[in-house]
Write a protein that binds this ligand. Structure first.
Ligand SMILES: NC(=O)c1ccc[n+]([C@@H]2O[C@H](COP(=O)([O-])OP(=O)(O)OC[C@H]3O[C@@H](n4cnc5c(N)ncnc54)[C@H](O)[C@@H]3O)[C@@H](O)[C@H]2O)c1
Length: 413
């Protein structure tokens, strides 16, 4: 039976919603209370099924929504088509060029949004280049580490003109999405793109932050021998105490079978590393932008470069060794044709935080000074509590004596 794109996209969205109990509750609440009535929301997010459930939640809340991708490869075209049929303006397709990517960001901004939702900071930065528009924006929320770092740099340089809620930095997001979500989806993508084994391989994880820590522990769980590369002493010590081998990149490059970057930094794997890698080493990135692997440098030292499969490019070095780059060095868990992104249940948390942060901006944005804000703790607590409830996990309540004991400085023994 051949199904058209819209039907396939709708089914994907329905399946996602089924596994997003917290966001579904927020959607029902929004539907009754319409907290976003009359607002235009502009988003740059990975256009896939979980994101579509967030967009539908905002629409139920009374908003008009325009969305584009935050990565040229992560759009699921079926979802984009289905979402466009459900009242959102969608400007995204998989495989768009750099020009199309920026054109689409501009098209979202042309809808004169009151609130922005961004993943990586490109939409917010571009909005700042439109002097008239930026003064009308109530605020924004940012989804990922790289975006928050850029926005904090804008705040430091006193050029940030709007309040931004750093959804990424809330415990309800970072402890779960960055760590567990990226770990599962990165390894899922790696396996489905290459169909090669993880167990028994030497997997080099570069960056032992929230994302890297999750990937390292899940790769070990699959039987990989994991090496960690870190530049921060505390993280390096933590990785050592976790039992991982910690090496500088110049040593790790010689031994790795699979390299996964997760730093949010620039050119962490470079020419001097490619030159000493083993034949058939696999390279991929889980950080936000495609700058962690120096692809230009790799091309320069290669005598041959060719696409050998969808999402796999082969570089043959002058020494005859072959290196395989996945998904053009873009985040492997989202940019591959078979990459699914984070598990749905994880995005239930992250996007519930997004929905409630948008509601907060709708209420209070006009009174907030420009700056980068944490998600209000009551929102974080509410989302995490609802998630536990949906999963049937009960907390241990504190007795009155225990509460008193914690409050008191007099009671010792
Ligand atoms: N793929 C996804 O779905 C996904 C999800 C969440 C976050 N991200 C992205 O992943 C990246 C990492 O996010 P995070 O939350 O783990 O950040 P983090 O700040 O917690 O961790 C980054 C780590 O990299 C280390 N590092 C920086 N430069 C390095 C270098 N040259 N060599 C070795 N280590 C280095 C830092 O010391 C830090 O420990 C960001 O770009 C973020 O936006 C991607």
């Amino acid at each position: 039976m051949k199904r058209d794109k819209t039907t396939v996209g709708r089914q994907m969205i329905q399946w996602a919603k089924l596994h997003m109990p917290v966001l579904s509750q927020i959607m029902s609440h929004f539907s009754r209370t319409k907290p976003l009535r009359g607002l235009q929301i502009g988003a740059a997010l990975h256009v896939e099924a979980k994101t579509a459930v967030l967009m539908k939640t905002l629409i139920e809340g009374g908003a008009k929504v325009a969305i584009t991708g935050c990565n040229p490869l992560s759009t699921k075209d079926e979802v984009a088509t289905a979402l466009a049929g459900e009242g959102a303006q969608v400007f995204a397709k998989r495989g768009e060029s750099k020009q199309e990517y920026y054109k689409n960001l501009n098209r979202v901004l042309a809808t004169k949004p009151d609130i922005l939702i961004d993943d990586g900071g490109d939409l917010i930065v571009l909005a700042h280049k439109k002097p008239k528009l930026i003064t009308q924006i109530l605020g924004a929320s940012e989804e990922t580490t790289t975006g928050v770092i850029r926005l904090k740099a804008m705040e430091r340089d006193r050029v940030l003109r709007i309040p931004v809620i750093a959804v990424n930095d809330s415990p309800g997001k970072r402890y779960f999405d960055n760590r567990f979500g990226t770990a599962e989806s990165t390894l899922q993508a790696l396996m489905s793109i290459t169909n090669t084994q993880i167990s028994g391989k030497k997997v080099v994880v570069i960056g032992f932050g929230f994302v890297g820590r999750g990937i390292a522990s899940r790769a070990r769980g699959l039987g990989a021998r994991v090496v960690v590369v870190e530049s921060d002493p505390v993280k390096a010590l933590e990785a050592t105490f976790e039992g991982f081998e910690v090496l500088p990149m110049r040593n790790a490059a010689r031994v790795g079978d699979i390299f996964i970057t997760a730093t949010g930094s620039y050119h962490v794997i470079r020419k001097e590393h490619f030159r000493i890698m083993k034949d058939k080493a696999i390279l991929c990135n889980a950080g936000h932008f495609n700058v962690e692997i120096d692809i230009g440098g790799l091309a320069q030292i290669s005598k041959k470069r060719r696409k050998i499969m969808e999402d796999v490019e082969e570089f043959t070095l002058r020494n005859g060794r072959r290196l395989y780059l996945l998904t053009e060095g873009r985040l492997v868990n989202l940019a591959g044709r078979r990459s699914l992104g984070h598990p749905i249940e994880i995005m239930d948390l992250s996007f519930s935080l997004q929905a409630l942060s948008v509601e907060y901006l709708a209420k209070y944005g006009s009174q907030m000074e420009p700056g980068v804000y944490n998600v209000p703790p009551e929102i974080d607590r509410k989302v995490v509590t609802l998630k536990l409830k949906a999963m049937g996990v009960e907390l241990e309540p504190l007795t009155p004596e225990q509460q008193e004991y914690q409050r008191s400085w007099e009671m010792g023994t």
